[in-house]
Design a protein around this ligand. Sequence first.
Ligand code: 13P
Length: 251
Amino acid sequence: MSRRPLIAGNWKMFKSRAEALAFAERLRQELAVAGAAEVAICPPYTSLDVVAGALAGSGVGVFGQNGHAATDGAHTGEIAMAMLVDAGATGVLLGHSERRADNNETDQALAAKVPAALAAGLTPVLCVGESEFERDTGTTKSVLDRQVLEGLSGVARGDFGKVVVAYEPIWAIGTGKSATPEIAQEAHGWIRAQLREICADEADDMRLLYGGSVKPENAAELLAQPDIDGALVGGASLDADSLLAIAAAAS
Ligand code: 13P
């Protein structure tokens, strides 16, 4: 079993097309700094094509930040998985806590979205994680169980190895307060154990990313944990040098 580290930069609702292009061109020039890690960028929809164009053939992934389970239809404001592919995407974030909070993204909806992403040929990144209240009240593991088991309930045997799970404790997102390596590893180890229950032969191939205030200064010790196979980076991914430093820490 060897899992290639994945460092994905979630730009959320930041960067114009011109800023995205400048970033992608710089990333392309400096990619050797990333070492052995796989790098992916998750731009807003409007910049998917510019980032994909500038990074074509570089091996850098380009991920959407959401996608709809239906192939097409009357869903104003939504985007189909095949449309992400058409714009140059190779993967998609699903169930980010900001979408669960702002857009009422449910585990049932995600159960349909993950297989839809796989059917379109995209790498799905299912995001899970507990709130501060859930951690303080001792329900972290049951929250993670529900989010992982329901979110992946539509995945067919043989496809689990293509799915990435990102553990992002909500209390660590955008707060500067990262989980300690011990807390992050405990959650990742728990998720891996649950995955072994549902797909024993593929669980050790699945990459589990940690997200929540990852920066160049704390990346190495988080990424050194046995069940942390990469990072989903928000704020620190908006600067190419800082994203590359995090990728270098994964090598
Ligand atoms: P920050 O790295 O800004 O805490 O954001 C994490 C995140 O939400 C990535 O998806």
